[in-house]
Design a binder for this molecule. Structure first.
Ligand code: SF4
Length: 448
C-alpha cells in the first residue's frame, strides 16, 4: 500500500537542504506521496530508505517503452490528472494500422505515408510513431511476411495485433529485436501471451471486457512477473472509451489502484468508418489519456491537427518552448549579409526567421539563450543584456562569417545598445524594428 507523506518524511534525512527543489524534507515527502516528485531528486536518501520508499516513489502509471533506438516510444509515467497541475510528460504514440488482408498497394500507401507525413513545427519534428500490424487472415505466414515488411519499411516501433499466440509467435520471429508491443493478452490466452512477453522481453497489452476484467488480468500478469503492461479496456463506443480512460487515470492517480496503473491503448480505427470521424475520436483520446492511438490510415489533413493538439497538450506550461542558441542561416547569407540578434523563445525565433525569409534578404540570425523568454521579458529579467550578448557574439563565431561590423538588435531592446557597443568595441549596434512585421522593409534598406 502507498505510504503517506508523514510516513515518507520519517524515512528522509530531515536536513531541509533544499537540493530536491523544495525547501523542506516535509514538502518533498508530500510531493512524493502525491506522485508529483521522484525519489531520485533527493541525493541524500539512504539505501535502506530507498528500498522502503520504492513503492511510494514508483510512478502511479508505469512508464512503458516500445521499440528500440532513436524511435523508441515511451508512454505512461504520468503523475497528474490535468496539465495545469504540473505537466503531462509522455505524448501518446500515434499508430497506423496495416493488416494481412490489405492489398500490396494499400499496405505500401500506408507505410509510405507513415514515413513521409512529417512536419517541422517550432523546432520539433511531428510524425506518427508506430505501425500496428494486424492478423486478420489467421495465417501465420502472411502475418510474419507483413511484419517483416513493416519492419523493413521503418525503424519505428511496431504493435503486433493478434489474439492467437501461435500467430503472435510468427510475428515475433520477424521483429522481436524491435521490442514490439504484443497485443493482446485476454482471459483466454493470458498464459501463452505472458510466456511470449517474457521470452522476448516485449511489453504486453491486456485486453478485457471492461475494467474489472482488465484489473483481474493485470493483477494476474504482474503476479506472474510482468510489469510492462498496456491496457485496452475493450470499449469501442465513444462515451464508454472516454469514461474508461478517465476512470483508469483517476483510479491510478487518486486511488493508487495498482491494477490500473498502466498506460492505455485506444483504437479509433475500430470506432468509425471514415477517417475524419476517426480523427475526432483520436483527438479525444489524445486529450483524455490515451497512451497509444491507432488510426486506420494517415492523411495530412487529419494528422496535422492531431499532431498540433498533441503538442499543445504535452507542452510543459511551466517551461517556455525554446530554440537552441546559435547562428542560424536564413536564405544563403554571405559575408556581406546582415546579422540580427534575437531571443530563443521558439515563437519569436520562428516569427523573426519567417519575416527575414519573407524579405528575401539572406541574413545571419544569432539566437541568444534567454531560457525561452521573449525579448521584452528576457530584457526585463536581465537575460537579454548588452554585455551577455556581446560575449556570445564574440564566442559564437559570427564575427568570422561577415566582413562588416554591424549587428541589429530588436527595437524592444534598444536600451541594451550602449552596453553592447562597449562590449563589442568597434562594432556598430543598429536598432531594428520593434514589430517583426517591419523586418522585411528594414532589411531591404539595410546596407553593410
Ligand atoms: Fe530533504 Fe533530500 Fe530534499 Fe534535502 S534533498 S530537503 S534532504 S528531501
Amino acid at each position: 500500500m502507498a505510504l503517506t507523506g508523514i510516513q515518507i518524511y520519517k524515512l528522509l534525512p530531515k536536513t531541509n537542504c533544499g537540493e530536491c527543489g523544495v525547501p523542506t524534507c516535509l514538502a518533498f515527502a508530500m510531493s512524493l506521496a502525491a506522485g508529483k516528485a521522484e525519489l531520485a531528486a533527493c541525493p541524500h536518501v539512504s539505501e535502506e530508505a530507498k528500498a522502503e520508499l520504492a513503492d511510494a516513489s514508483a510512478p502511479p502509471i508505469r512508464p512503458v517503452e516500445i521499440g528500440t533506438g532513436e524511435r523508441k516510444l515511451k508512454i505512461g509515467g504520468e503523475t497528474v490528472l490535468f496539465r495545469h497541475e504540473k505537466t503531462f510528460v509522455n505524448p501518446p504514440g500515434i499508430a497506423v494500422l496495416v493488416t494481412d488482408e490489405m492489398s500490396d498497394d494499400e499496405v505500401g500507401g500506408r507505410l509510405e505515408r507513415f514515413k513521409t507525413l512529417e512536419y517541422e513545427r517550432v523546432g520539433l519534428t511531428l510524425r506518427a510513431d508506430l505501425v500496428a500490424v494486424k492478423s486478420v487472415s489467421g495465417d501465420a505466414g502472411k502475418f510474419e511476411a507483413l511484419t517483416t515488411r513493416a519492419k523493413n519499411a521503418t525503424d519505428a516501433g511496431i504493435i503486433l495485433m493478434t489474439e492467437d499466440s501461435s500467430i503472435m509467435e510468427a510475428g515475433l520471429k520477424a521483429c522481436a529485436d524491435r521490442k514490439p508491443l504484443i497485443y493482446a493478452a485476454t482471459k483466454e490466452n493470458a498464459d501463452a501471451m505472458s510466456a511470449l512477453s517474457k521470452e522476448h522481453e516485449c511489453p504486453l497489452a491486456v485486453k478485457g471486457n471492461g475494467l474489472d476484467e482488465v484489473s483481474e488480468l493485470t493483477t494476474k500478469l504482474t503476479e506472474d512477473g510482468l510489469n510492462d503492461l498496456v491496457i485496452d479496456s475493450g470499449a469501442r463506443r465513444i462515451r464508454e472509451v472516454l469514461e474508461h480512460q478517465i476512470f483508469i487515470r483517476r483510479g491510478a492517480l487518486l486511488k493508487k489502484y495498482k491494477p490500473l496503473g498502466f498506460p492505455t491503448i485506444t483504437l479509433p480505427c475500430e470506432m468509425a468508418d471514415d477517417l475524419m470521424k476517426e480523427s475526432l475520436i483520436a483527438s479525444m483520446c489524445v486529450a483524455k489519456y490515451g497512451g497509444i492511438v491507432v488510426l486506420s490510415d494517415l492523411q495530412g489533413h487529419c494528422l496535422f491537427p492531431l499532431f498540433l493538439a498533441r503538442m499543445d497538450i504535452f507542452t510543459d506550461p511551466q517551461r517556455p518552448m525554446a530554440t537552441s542558441p546559435g547562428i542560424y542561416e536564413v536564405g544563403a547569407p554571405s559575408e556581406d549579409s546582415p546579422v540580427l540578434v534575437t531571443c530563443n523563445f521558439s515563437l519569436t525565433y520562428f516569427i523573426v526567421s519567417g519575416e527575414v525569409e519573407t524579405s528575401r534578404v539572406p541574413a545571419w540570425l544569432v539566437v541568444i539563450d534567454t531560457e525561452g523568454l521573449s525579448v521584452l521579458t528576457a530584457w526585463a529579467a536581465g537575460k537579454f543584456a548588452g554585455d551577455q550578448i556581446g560575449i556570445f557574439l564574440k564566442k559564437c563565431g559570427i564575427m568570422e562569417k561577415v566582413n562588416h561590423k554591424k549587428v541589429i538588435v530588436p527595437g524592444y531592446a534598444a536600451a541594451i545598445s550602449g552596453d553592447l557597443e562597449d562590449e563589442l568595441g568597434d562594432w556598430e549596434v543598429m536598432v531594428g524594428p520593434r514589430e517583426s512585421a517591419h523586418i522585411p522593409p528594414y532589411l531591404k534598406e539595410w546596407k553593410a
